[in-house]
Design a protein around this ligand. Structure first.
Ligand SMILES: Cc1ncc(COP(=O)(O)O)c(C=O)c1O
Length: 370
């Protein structure tokens, strides 16, 4: 599914460190749970202290940087990566534009902690994000596609208009991963992502990263990590690196399963509204086809009411009832239970790597039982 240059990049990622290996070295990178390093005399050394460096972070940062097309800095969660960008960049008097329909915690963080420090903020829906222009914003934040509504905006057009107005453009591309969307190539200044989701893929470690080609921004988020102490654990970095090795095959199966499930849902009597950018009639389809690789692994389906939605979620054996997304197991939840501005019967589904025919048979049985 990924175009040739992505395929070559992913193959290279799997053999990234071969040139550094000596005979007898382990092929998988080591976990180094060190806080202190041998540091006699001058402290100039590649590793000095556990909050400054870890060889396991570096290995994963190099891999993520290769996929993003720009240097990456690792953080212990997606929110830690998001917070690093906001705190490293913003100052009192700055104005920020956030998506009104994106992941809610960034708005909560801004309201609770940034606004009292003199930062003002506004929100706008992702669809039509450029309407109203970007004059006066220091920072413009995109989430593509928006989570959970799966709406999109034209990234190069937004980036160009926001740059014209003097803003820094940041994109959260968690739901697509860099295999699905290389936002730096589309003109965005900074990418953030929760590697907790599909990059790790096994729902057993939190992680996040920032990627940027802007030297000053890169330096600022690195310093933020060092001074604020938001550092990943060596074991979690190792887990996520191992997960990343299979991302390409997982992503392909997950996208295929999402399309198959969306086609099954489309027109079914139990579903009142459906969003999947891979469906030709979906409002996001044309932009997604032009700017992404694949159409992602998330489907948003609305059932007539809360009870029907809950019956489907609990009645479908191949659906983990959990929050979050991007795992090898298909999962789903009603987003209204967290306060998202969606209908009570709105369900966000994340499709996993189950064999497509078995998944479809079970989804079909659970739907028909409603
Ligand atoms: C789009 C998006 N960005 C960021 C995050 C935050 O990631 P984490 O839970 O790793 O902090 C999430 C979490 O659900 C998310 O959905």
């Amino acid at each position: 599914m990924p175009p040739d240059h992505d395929a070559a990049r992913f193959a290279a990622l799997l053999h990234q460190h071969r040139d550094h290996l000596k005979p007898g070295d382990a092929i998988p990178p080591a976990i180094v749970p060190a806080v202190v390093y041998h540091l006699p005399g001058s402290p100039e050394a590649p590793h000095q202290y556990g909050r400054f460096h870890n060889s396991g972070w570096t290995v994963l940062e190099e891999a993520l940087g290769m996929l993003e097309g720009g240097p990456a800095v690792l953080f212990p969660s997606g929110m830690a990566a998001i917070a690093a960008v906001l705190y490293a960049r913003l100052k009192a008097g700055d104005r920020v534009l956030l998506p009104s329909d994106g992941y809610y915690t960034i708005r909560a963080l801004t309201e609770r902690f940034l606004a009292p420090m003199g930062i003002t903020w506004e929100t706008r829906p992702t669809r039509g994000f450029a309407d109203g222009g970007f004059e006066g914003f220091a920072l413009v934040w995109l989430e593509v596609p928006s989570n959970p509504g799966l709406d999109v905006c034209d990234i190069p057009a937004v980036a160009a208009a926001a740059h014209q107005a003097g803003a820094l453009v940041v994109a959260d591309t968690t739901t697509l991963t860099p295999l699905g969307l290389r936002a730096l190539d589309l003109g965005v200044d900074v990418v953030v992502a929760a590697d907790t989701k599909a990059i790790n893929g096994h729902s057993d470690a939190l992680m996040g990263h920032v990627a940027t080609r802007h030297t000053a921004m890169l330096e600022a988020v690195r310093l933020w990590r060092k001074f604020a102490g938001a550092v990943p654990g060596p074991f979690e970095a190792w887990q996520v690196r191992r997960g990343l090795e299979t991302l390409e095959v997982r992503y392909e199966r997950m996208c295929r399963n999402a399309l198959a499930v969306a086609q099954l849902f489309s027109g079914h009597r139990a579903i009142t509204a459906l969003r999947y950018p891979g469906l030709p009639g979906d409002p996001a389809h044309n932009l997604a086809r032009a700017q992404w690789n694949g159409f992602g692994f998330m489907v948003s389906a609305t059932f007539s009411d809360e009870a029907k939605a809950e019956k489907f979620l609990s009645g479908c054996r191949y659906l983990a009832q959990s929050t979050s997304f991007g795992g090898v197991h298909s999962s789903g939840e009603r987003r209204a239970r967290w306060g998202d501005a969606v209908a009570p019967g709105f369900v966000r589904l994340s499709l996993g790597i189950e064999p497509t025919s078995a998944l479809l048979a079970e989804f079909s049985r659970a739907l028909d039982a409603l």
